[in-house]
Design a protein around this ligand. Structure first.
Ligand SMILES: [Zn+2]
Length: 283
């Protein structure tokens, strides 16, 4: 069963063993829409099997949150009209020119084009990839697009951020639910995992303007308004404390001075992320 998060909004939970992100289903009176296509033909099939057991208006559209493999490898299998940001399509058009057998992926890890984490996850989700065929989205948008499913509307807005510059969110005003994809996560494609204080500020401004009860995240369980804003505040505070520091030691000293406390494990990771971001920018 897909999990119900609001009257007409469902999701399939993320599965971290093989990096399957959460997928969404929004049901209007005229048709239904899927959020993200899954990280493999199997993932897409598993989702469709569950969706087809439900008594809902026909699925007609897939909206893609960003170009990363785990959100787009199921597009061909889903086989519906697919919508994404312009840059998401451009990236997928490029990915279609790549080979996805072990040797080819290994080689891209060696040259730094691919990261080890994704290589390992691709291999464990799809031990063989002979059947894998990538498909690019059919329809693209630049800033924002609204989709009327009949009695319920989805707002798809490009928000960017360091995780993937093409990141888009899907907001359902009537249900006060938002699908964030991975947009609030770190940049992990350019060396050490990092956050950038300014980019985070811009991103959170765009997200916080929406009135939301539940936030659906790519690789975590959904969060309530309170849980999500607590996280946003925590991350923002750490970003401000770290400031422009490019050494971890100095950043930690500042944290201890301001918070009168040592960081816990999670806070330590975020401090490191902001320091890494500063090193990329100023180092
Ligand atoms: Zn991602």
């Amino acid at each position: 069963m897909l999990k119900k998060i609001a009257d007409r909004v469902y999701y399939m939970p993320h599965y971290s063993e093989t990096d399957r992100p959460a997928l969404g289903l929004i049901c209007g009176e005229n048709f239904s829409l899927i959020v993200d296509s899954g990280n493999s033909p199997e993932h897409a099939k598993d989702f469709l099997k569950l969706a087809k057991q439900m008594d809902i208006p026909p699925i007609k559209l897939v909206v893609i949150t960003h170009w990363h493999w785990d959100h787009i490898f199921g597009i061909k299998t889903m086989d519906y009209l697919t919508i994404s940001h312009d840059d998401t399509k451009k990236k997928i058009d490029y990915m279609k020119t790549l080979k996805w057998d072990d040797a080819s992926i290994d080689k891209r890890v060696e040259t730094g084009e691919e990261i080890e984490f994704c290589r390992d996850m691709i291999k464990s989700e799809m031990p063989t990839r002979d059947h894998l065929e990538l498909k690019a989205p059919d329809v693209t948008f630049k800033d924002k697009i609204e989709i009327d499913l009949g009695g319920i509307t989805c707002v798809v807005e490009h928000v960017g951020g360091v995780h993937a510059h093409d990141s888009s969110i899907i907001y359902i005003p009537k249900e006060k639910v938002i699908f964030l994809g991975d947009c609030i996560y770190q940049d992990f494609y350019s060396g050490n995992w990092s956050y950038d204080k300014n980019e985070l500020g811009n991103l959170l401004d765009k997200i916080k303007k929406y009135e939301v009860n539940y936030y659906v995240l790519g690789h975590q369980d959904p969060k309530t308004h309170e849980e999500m804003w607590r996280f946003f505040d925590e991350l923002t505070t750490i970003g401000e404390i770290v400031g422009n520091e490019i050494t971890l030691d100095k950043a930690l000293t500042r944290f201890n001075e301001v918070q009168k406390n040592k960081p816990n494990e999670e806070q330590l990771e975020y401090i490191q992320n902001f320091v890494n971001g500063n090193q990329k920018k100023f180092g």
